[in-house]
Ligand binder design. Structure first.
Ligand SMILES: Cc1cc2nc3c(=O)[nH]c(=O)nc-3n(C[C@H](O)[C@H](O)[C@H](O)COP(=O)(O)OP(=O)(O)OC[C@H]3O[C@@H](n4cnc5c(N)ncnc54)[C@H](O)[C@@H]3O)c2cc1C
Length: 356
């Protein structure tokens, strides 16, 4: 088939790679200037770049449903083979993740842990750790009192994976049209600022870019109406002396803070979740909350260097759950919210099985 894809974010790249590998002729349109990490925050770019890359089916059950959990488990099975076929190194681990709480925060932490125990199937529920067990797993974490292990979780380096997916899709024959905005689409058609293109099937994976725009000449512009952006802020630390093996979440009564270790002595600290479409730089309040929480569980982070901060919008639908709409000649996937990296491979697998 001749396939047109609107959007070269996480879903667009993954779809292009899988479809091109499967022998289809694939073209992708995106306003970004190219496949590499964005040089500045001046224009909107894919949320996929900003994500911490936690692959956390159980922890996400706090706000997601069993479908997201099942998609997450399936994606955890799929990621190793995808990464192995990309032809570039991508950091991917499956060493579990940790939930931590300070003394005094037991009430809030127990509520979350009980909820996860209730929603997660046997074998995936949080396992309580004593101080000795925690010290053996993560010697750096001596600032927390209560700890639980989620044994089946993982992480992926989102920046490396975005880069490698575009590279592999390109090598498999995908034609990327960078710097091109899709203004309208419908079954079998993609309209850009420059041209109208016809395809056997069109994929709309524009994330927050699929929001309604004012109608041009009274025409329905074919956008997904209810998509909204949910602001998320992250900070990158360079802390080569601090060794963490797996992602860690602090269960705090007022906010959730996580630390995700990346190779090269980096730690991603995130993330705020604010009902706002403001893409302006990270606020002082979020910086203080995120870094104070990180420091409270690893005091040695005091000397870490803050090397990068970033804001982006998670594409979300009103129920905060993913949605696939599949009709002849047109497939729309959106609402991956805070689970994109967790569920994208399984969503793509399911969607392509139904492609006719
Ligand atoms: C701070 C933060 C932390 C996160 N952490 C995690 C995490 O730890 N784990 C996890 O699983 N997920 C996480 N996520 C969520 C994840 O990044 C998203 O769910 C995922 O990126 C959504 O993928 P997508 O392809 O739908 O959208 P995007 O990745 O946003 O891609 C959309 C693409 O469409 C393009 N586009 C927009 N408008 C147009 C147009 N008119 N024409 C053509 N192209 C267009 C954009 O340029 C972009 O390239 C996080 C997100 C944020 C912001």
């Amino acid at each position: 088939m001749h396939i047109g894809i609107a959007g070269a974010g996480l879903l667009g790249r993954l779809l292009a790679f899988e479809l091109a590998k499967g022998g289809h002729s694939v073209e992708v349109f995106d306003p970004a200037p190219g496949p590499l990490p964005p040089a500045s925050q001046q224009t909107p770019y894919a949320a996929g770049w900003t994500a911490a890359g936690m692959l956390s089916p159980t922890a996400e059950l706090e706000s997601a449903d069993e479908n997201v959990f099942a998609l997450g488990l399936r994606s955890l099975e799929l990621w190793p083979a995808i990464v192995a076929s990309l032809g570039m190194p991508v950091e991917l681990h499956r060493r579990g993740s940790l939930l931590l709480a300070h003394r005094g925060d037991e009430g809030a932490a127990r509520r979350v842990v009980d909820l996860l125990k209730h929603k997660a199937p046997a074998g995936h529920a949080p396992q309580m750790l004593d101080a000795v067990a925690l010290g053996e797993l993560e010697p750096a974490l001596h600032g927390a009192v209560h700890a639980w292990l989620l044994p089946h979780e993982g992480q992926i380096h989102s920046v490396q994976a975005m880069t490698a997916l575009a590279h592999a899709a390109d090598a498999a024959g995908t034609r990327f049209h960078w710097g091109i905005t899709v203004t309208r689409l419908q079954a079998g058609e993609i309209h850009t600022t420059q041209t109208l293109r016809k395809f056997d099937c069109v994929f709309d994976v524009r994330g927050t870019g699929a929001r309604p725009k004012p109608a041009v000449n009274g025409q329905d512009d074919g956008f997904t109406p209810q998509v909204r952006g949910v602001r998320g802020e992250i900070l990158w630390l360079h802390a080569p002396g601090v060794v963490l093996q797996r992602p860690v979440r602090l269960l705090h009564p007022r906010h959730r803070v996580y630390l995700v270790p990346r190779e090269g002595g980096h730690i991603v600290v995130g993330a705020s979740e604010i009902e706002s479409e403001d893409r302006s730089p990270v606020s002082l309040r979020s910086t203080v909350e995120l870094l104070a929480a990180a420091h409270s569980i690893i005091p040695e982070l005091a000397e870490a260097r803050v090397i990068h901060s970033e804001t982006n919008l998670r594409p979300a639908l009103p129920d905060n759950l993913p949605r696939v709409e599949q009709a002849p000649g047109l497939v729309r996937i959106n609402g991956l919210f805070r689970h994109g990296w967790l569920i994208a491979p399984a969503l793509v697998e399911q969607t392509l099985k139904n492609l006719t």
